[in-house]
Design a protein around this ligand. Structure first.
Ligand code: SF4
Length: 415
């Protein structure tokens, strides 16, 4: 079913997602399978459920009624034969009939399936196209059911030629998979019509590693799997991330990378295409960057104002439990925490003030938390932490207020 895209709040501008059944591409690194989850849909069940998706008054329904797009799909590939024939063909047609617009994430399928899907739409969409390597042989081992990289690039070019917005996902990326051809990947993506690149390195937790077969570890590379499990990236990986970002910049491609400095306009394309989107943490940085100065000490109020300068998430009085759980399930065991009626502002405030919530400002290099000599956060009058926002980002991400001048042109008195 269509569900709120809770885990990507403040990261992805599309607030809803729909996955059409197991895709069967069998990617060695597939987080859906390695997390032990499955995605099942029948065409009839899905069509019936979509037909009832509006006018119910729950959050999904409110977002659909307000014209927000739906991401297809984060946990499957809708162009795989299994998903397309199973439910996606009918589901996409029903959504177009309902006036629901979609954004897509895919590795593609046959050209005929892509043309059929595109022909179902009565609008131009944003398409994110995964590109893990240019090596056809490696791609066949890593993603055995999916089309190879040359075919993906051809499909991107065809879509871009049809007026769609296409960008590349080097996601996951792993330097050994690129084989020294990272700059060529960026160039080939641009030549195929990509307007930007999103990159995220391969990362695995121990449970996911346990579920990998020997063949999957072999396909990824035992060394790559070992590095993907580390909490900290090693120097070689950081250098490679820098070189990949440099390659995108050299091609004139806006990019997003967790390790990148400064803001990005990559996600602005969703706003331009769909009009109605959720704010992202990048928006906050981009708005602050429009002001004078390279640094600013910011409290939560200033952050929320910058975040929502262009659009606010809807007012919603229901329970935000699913959002909090997606960002850190353990938070739900916190007896002092209420998720009822806190709204999207309340979830953002939790991300601002509680380091247990993933994807808050502390996870972006533009933001550094100000702490006292005891390393406890320096709070404003509302008890919310203060952060130093830096146009270019960088390290460290925690700065003792008494040593602010060592890292910034600002003085502690500014706080
Ligand atoms: S295409 Fe995506 S959902 Fe399908 S197996 Fe690969 S990683 Fe998993």
């Amino acid at each position: 079913m269509i569900v709120p895209f809770c885990g990507e709040y403040l990261f992805h501008p599309v607030p809803l997602e729909l996955s059409f059944g197991d895709c069967g591409y069998g990617c060695a690194y597939c987080f859906v399978r390695l997390n032990g989850s499955r995605v099942r849909h029948s065409a009839v069940g899905l069509a019936n459920a979509l037909g009832r998706a509006r006018g119910r008054g729950d959050l999904t329904s409110v977002l659909l009624d307000d014209g927000y797009p739906v991401l297809v799909s984060n946990r499957s590939d809708f162009l795989s034969p299994r998903a397309w024939d199973g439910a996606a063909r009918r589901g996409l047609a029903v959504m177009t009939e309902m006036g629901v617009r979609c954004a897509f994430q895919t590795k593609g399928g046959t050209r005929g399936r892509l043309e059929e899907a595109e022909g179902t739409l009565d609008y131009k969409a944003v398409w994110y196209w995964t590109l893990t390597t240019l090596d056809e042989g490696l791609s066949a081992r890593l993603e055995p059911g999916a089309p190879g990289p040359a075919e993906r690039l051809r499909c991107m070019e065809w879509l871009a030629g049809r007026g769609h917005s296409v960008y590349a996902g080097f996601n996951p990326y792993e330097r050994t998979w690129h084989g020294g051809r990272g700059a060529e990947m960026a160039r080939r993506a641009r030549e195929a019509g990509a307007f930007g690149v999103l990159m995220q390195c391969l990362h695995l937790n121990s449970n996911q590693r346990k579920r990998m077969t020997a063949g999957e570890v072999g396909a990824c590379g035992a060394d790559a799997v070992g590095r993907a499990m580390r909490k900290r990236m090693c120097e070689g990986d950081l250098d490679y991330a820098d070189s990949l970002m440099g390659a995108c910049a050299a091609e004139g491609l806006p990019f997003f990378c967790y390790l990148g400095d400064g803001g990005t306009v990559l996600f602005d394309r969703y706003r331009e295409v769909y009009g109605k989107v959720f704010p992202t943490i990048q928006d906050a940085g981009n708005r602050l960057a429009e002001g004078a100065g390279d640094e600013r000490i910011v409290g939560f109020g200033g952050f929320w104002d910058a975040l929502t300068a262009r659009e606010s998430p809807p007012r919603w009085g229901g329970d935000m439990r699913d959002y909090v759980a997606s960002l850190n399930r353990e938070m739900l065991y916190d007896q002092a925490l209420s998720t009822r009626g806190i709204g999207f502002r309340g979830v953002a405030r939790l991300m601002w003030r509680d380091l247990r919530m993933k994807a808050g400002p502390m996870f972006r290099r533009e933001w550094a938390m100000l702490v006292g000599d005891d390393y406890l956060p320096v709070a404003d009058a509302d008890g919310d932490p203060l952060y130093l926002w830096r146009r270019r980002g960088g390290l460290p991400t925690v700065i003792p207020l008494g040593r602010l001048s060592e890292y910034s042109a600002l003085s502690p008195e500014t706080a």
